[in-house]
Design a protein around this ligand. Structure first.
Ligand code: FRU
Length: 911
């Protein structure tokens, strides 16, 4: 960019400096009327020589060849070209006038040469005085002739000013002098005409012939010579040129007597043009000197002329040399400038290159450093990655090892159980439920361990596929059998369909069992009761594939998480179920081992689609087996059968009403059942898997709540917070029982209002003691409240929400104190709770039923009126909302052991 800019500047500079010497040109146009004779050629030549002295003059000569029209058009062209100075040697005086005036009026300086015109509109005239020329010629003749001479005057053919003026001057003198007797004028000279005149001429009387110019004089001499009369006549001409037929040579060879030197004025005209162009004031008439040449000075004149000519030639040569030198100079000068400019460019480029090289070097160094850093970091990352890999491997090895270790004791437990079951032979044992828990959890543990081992085997690419020809629909139905009970129990519509009942595929049944199990247990895990789950086999015969669709109406998968679903240890954001995170990863790996693929769609539920090739070409011969290992996979003996026993273990909520009630919110069936079994003996228990926790809490208003954190739907924190904020349940002590043992969860639990935070695994004894303590504390408070019923508002011993409840309750009773029809229902309505909820809340909080509480409140008020006012018993009865004074008296007597009247009496006496 920089170099291009630099080059452009230099190039412009060069262009400007190379053309510089041509910028000040003066354009001079010269219109020459005649060009055939020597005198005119001399004029043109002298102009050119003069021009060559000034390199800034551009001279253009146009020759009209004796045509007035041509001369006019040539001048018009010059006007058009906008010449700086116009030079004209006009052919005649009149016709040319308009065009010359036009040029003049346009502001072009006009210089007339040699001949004049009939107008003043020109800038200057250069030429000799032709009257003087005529007079000089006549004076010469008169001075050198005898008396009474006659003269023949020969005029040219044109009507130019020299023709007119020379004749005029000549005749002026001829008339003045005495020895010139007559002048006979020949107009429009021709040789024939002159020849005829000579035939009749008395040569004794005619001595001289005066010609308009040397050319005519020569013609006339020749005609006379031809007639043998040349010696009898003396010829005088005008112009005085040197050259074979020039006037001076003709004097020397005796043809002419004399001639008047008439200068062309070419050089002078150019000089004058320069001055005019420069804006100088010049004289209008610039007269040139004339000289008479005869035998006496012809030699000298010739010599001088030749000398001048030589010098002229020399000058021209020198001028040419100068011109060439100048040309050379310009070329060299330009070359020098170009060279300098190039040098400057090269220098700039060199500087720029050095600068660039330095920058590149610096950048290179920086890059090198960065590179080294990156390499170092990469190596570090590599070694860290290797370390992580090694540690991971070690961990997995450890897990695998431990898992293998687990398998043996588990198998022992399971086989021992099997034998116990066999011993029982279908009889129910009192340990039945415990045995079931052991059995079910052993199987679950075994399945998890198997998953872990499968995962490891996939990682190590250890799986050796054993595929066998299998009817896919039959296989699907068989695998699904074990989910049928669960579907029925939860009213989930579970269907299997196929567009090709006879479709056979090559699958490793053990692995495909696990694939089906994983997808179906996922579907059942996330599909709500009354939902639907479908398996559809879509055989696409033309493509040789079968698409197995597993579609459920569950919670679905967030769109942005679909891509990660099959990654190991991934758990979707909306999945708060317990999950190892490797089931779907194993599923995908198993499907891919079958050269198939699995995709997930989530739109109103979830749909997994497995595509499997229906051919067997993708398997090697050693992978294909004909007999099938009929070992029943452990997965088929799933939890669901046992879960059905749920109904057999009723929560004891409706049992002994004197017992405290506990709501156990826990989605782990075993734990829930365990707690229920253990606590059910001492407490009335209500169970919730979390999905209906709030509903159950509001319905039963239990005395205490045990709540897990990770639950389907709302988590334990949210449930606890909601319960604590709600007037109906805010008083209930809550224990959070969770596996989350971190500090943050602990804090969160307490912030949600929980009274106690216990982590799993927990000691049942501690849990039991915690329950007892919380209930005992509640009891102590209740005892205090019951005995200090009317101080409660002031003492602020309750938590804020309880205090608020008591205040609202008391205010409502107070506001309706004199309304005997103010019922518990109305009070509950005002408090926005049900009658039962109000009953339970007051019972839990104050240890009495709400009617007693209202009654007590009324009686306490009545007692105050009896003590502090003079109101009658009847008045007090109505004021405190008793329907009749009798009913008031009875109630009062029941509570205080005396009728209102006797109470007042004894109170007044004692005070
Ligand atoms: C040449 C010429 C000269 C003469 C001059 C007058 O063409 O005839 O001989 O002196 O022109 O204009």
């Amino acid at each position: 960019m920089l170099t291009r800019k630099l080059f452009y500047i230099l190039f412009s500079f060069l262009l400007f400096s190379c053309n510089n010497h041509e910028s000040e040109k003066i354009y001079i146009g010269f219109s020459q009327c005649i060009s055939s004779d020597q005198w005119r050629k001399d004029m043109n030549h002298s102009m050119m020589v003069q021009t060559s002295l000034y390199p800034n003059i551009n001279l253009k000569i146009s020759e009209a060849n004796r045509s007035v029209e041509k001369q006019i058009s040539q001048i018009e062209d010059f006007i058009e070209e906008d010449v700086d100075v116009l030079l004209v040697s006009p052919l005649e005086t009149k016709k040319i006038v308009p065009v010359i005036e036009r040029a003049y009026e346009k502001g072009i300086p006009v210089i007339l040469i040699d001949r004049k015109i009939d107008s003043d509109k020109y800038t200057a005239f250069v030429g000799a005085d032709n009257i003087a020329v005529g007079r000089m010629a006549a004076s010469y003749i008169a001075s050198s002739a005898a008396d009474n001479i006659s003269i023949l005057e020969i005029k040219g053919t044109d009507n130019s000013s020299p023709t007119i003026e020379r004749s005029l001057g000549f005749n002026q003198i001829a008339k003045e002098v005495d020895n010139i007797e007559s002048v006979f004028t020949i107009e429009n000279y021709t040789d024939d005409q002159f020849s005829r005149i000579l035939d009749t001429l008395d040569t004794t009387k005619t001595d001289y012939v005066f010609s308009f110019n040397d050319i005519l004089a020569r013609s006339a001499w020749q005609v006379a010579e031809n007639k043998g009369l040349a010696d009898d006549l003396k010829f005088v001409g005008v112009d005085g040129l040197v050259g074979p037929d020039g006037g001076i040579n003709m004097i020397l060879d005796g043809r002419l007597q004399a001639t008047v030197l008439y200068p062309t004025g070419g050089a002078e005209a150019i000089k004058l043009a320069r001055r005019v162009y420069a804006g100088e004031q010049v004289p209008k008439n610039n007269s040139l000197n004339i000289t008479l040449i005869d035998k006496l000075n012809a030699d000298i004149m010739k010599n001088q002329y030749e000398k001048i000519n030589e010098q002229q030639l020399e000058l021209e040569k020198q001028l040419l040399a100068i011109e060439q030198q100048e040309e050379k100079y310009y070329v060299q000068n330009n070359l020098l400038k170009i060279a300098m400019a190039l040098l400057a460019v090269i220098l700039s480029l060199a500087i720029y290159s050095i600068y660039s090289i330095r920058i590149i070097r610096r950048k290179n160094k920086e890059l090198q450093l960065t590179n080294e850093k990156v390499v170092n970091q990469r190596n570090k990352i590599k070694s860290i990655a290797e370390e992580i890999k090694r540690v991971n491997k070690a961990k997995i090895n450890f897990f695998t090892g431990v898992s293998h270790e687990f398998k043996t004791p588990l198998t022992l437990i399971m086989s021992s159980l099997e034998s116990i079951y066999m011993d029982l032979k279908g009889h129910k044992s009192r340990h039945q439920s415990d045995l079931d828990v052991i059995s079910r959890n052993s199987k679950r543990l075994l399945r998890l361990i198997n998953n872990l081992l499968d995962f490891r085997r996939i990682e190590d690419e250890e799986f050796n596929l054993k595929v066998s020809k299998t009817n896919l629909l039959e296989f699907s139905e068989k695998v699904s059998m074990d989910f049928k009970k669960e579907a029925k129990k939860r009213s989930i519509s579970f269907e299997i369909s196929s567009n090709d009942k006879d479709l056979n595929v090559y699958i490793d049944r053990n692995l495909m069992d696990k694939v089906y199990f994983n997808l179906l247990s996922n579907a059942f895990k996330f599909t709500p009761d009354n939902g639907s789950i479908k398996i559809h086999l879509d055989h696409q015969e033309n493509k040789n594939i079968v698409n197995i669709h597993f579609k459920d109406s569950g919670i679905g998968i967030p769109e942005n998480e679909k891509g990660q679903l099959f990654k190991p240890f991934f758990k979707a954001a909306n999945n708060n179920k317990k999950s190892s995170g490797i089931g779907l990863n194993i599923t995908k790996q198993f499907v891919e081992l079958h050269k198939g693929n699995i995709e997930v769609n989530s739109h109103q539920g979830t749909e997994f689609v497995i595509s499997l090739p229906t051919t067997k070409d993708q398997f090697s011969s050693d992978q294909i087996i004909s007999t099938v290992d009929n070992e029943q996979p452990i997965y088929f003996e799933d939890d669901f059968e046992l879960e059905e026993n749920n109904d057999l273990i009723p929560a004891s909520g409706e049992g002994d009403q004197d017992q405290y009630s506990i709501l156990i919110i826990e989605d782990n069936y075993d734990l829930s059942r365990f707690l229920n079994n253990k606590l059910g003996k001492k407490y009335r228990t209500y169970l919730s898997d979390g999905s209906d926790a709030l509903e159950k809490a509001f319905e039963h208003i239990p005395d205490i709540i045990i709540c897990d954190i990770n639950l389907p739907g709302k988590d334990g924190f949210e449930i606890c917070e909601t319960l604590k904020k709600d007037l109906r349940t805010s008083h209930i002590p809550t224990i959070i029982l969770t596996a989350l043992g971190d500090r943050e969860s602990y804090l969160k639990g307490l912030k949600s209002g929980a009274d106690l935070y216990l982590t799993k695994p927990f000691s049942f004894a501690i849990l039991l003691q915690s329950l007892k303590s919380l209930l005992y504390n509640r009891e102590k408070l209740r005892y205090y409240y019951t005995n200090n019923l009317f101080k409660l508002e002031k003492e602020n011993k309750f938590s804020n929400s309880e205090q608020e409840f008591i205040s609202r309750l008391n205010n409502l009773i107070k506001d309706h104190l004199d309304h005997s029809d103010f019922t518990v229902e109305k009070l509950a309505e005002e408090l926005n709770v049900s009658r039962v909820q109000l009953y339970r809340k007051v019972k839990a909080l104050l240890g009495m039923n709400i009617s007693d509480y209202i009654n007590n409140y009324k009686l306490e008020n009545a007692k105050m009126y009896l003590e502090e006012t003079d109101l009658s018993v009847s008045e007090i009865a109505y004021k405190c909302g008793f329907s009749t004074p009798n009913y008031f008296s009875t109630s009062f007597k029941n509570k205080y052991g005396a009728s209102p009247a006797s109470y007042r009496k004894s109170y007044n006496n004692s005070n």
